[in-house]
Design a protein around this ligand. Structure first.
Ligand SMILES: [Zn+2]
Length: 170
């Protein structure tokens, strides 16, 4: 990572999504050629210490097939990552500085795994409830929703009843 920062050249890669196993598990029916385009650029910045800090800018773009929670069909969901990190020497420093830092902190380790960081970010970018903007089978479900709404509106509102009771007493 230090070498990457000293070179100043961005690392531009295309990684098959099948290599990101945790993400692939979230995306049933992932196309075999599905991939994530990503770019990592490191730079040195003067920090509080005597040595310059290593910063990393990670950007990624991809699309994964998720299960729509309304129609249970497949919904192609675009994912984007655009995140800055600052490297610190130890886990203790990361813990101590994390609350005060707007950027994310990463611990510099010899076997630093950039792909794992990328996968973490993509997993965090997943929507909690994947859904089509408009489901392909929307008409069927809309009928169901209308029925539910009608049932609710036919029931008397308990607060309105309470108000009516109070009125009658006074
Ligand atoms: Zn849907």
């Amino acid at each position: 990572m230090l070498a990457l920062a000293q070179e100043g050249q961005p690392l531009i890669e295309i990684t098959p999504l099948s290599q990101l196993e945790r993400l692939a598990q979230e995306a049933p029916g992932l196309a075999p050629d599905a991939a994530v385009n990503w770019q990592a650029q490191a730079e040195l910045r003067t920090g509080s210490g005597t040595e310059p800090d290593v910063w990393l800018h990670l950007q990624a773009k991809t699309s994964v097939p998720l299960t729509c929670q309304r129609c249970m069909g497949v919904v192609a969901t675009p994912l984007e990552v655009d995140q800055w990190y600052r490297f610190v020497a130890t886990e203790d420093i990361a813990m101590a500085q994390d609350d005060d830092s707007e950027e994310d902190l990463l611990v510099m380790t010899p076997q630093f795994d950039l792909l794992a960081v990328l996968e973490d970010e993509l997993l965090m970018a997943l929507p909690l409830v994947p859904m089509h903007d408009e489901c392909p089978v929307a008409p069927v479900l809309q009928v169901g929703e209308e029925e539910i709404t009608d049932e609710v509106s036919e029931k008397p509102n308990p607060f309105a009843l309470l108000a009516q009771l109070k009125k009658d007493k006074s």
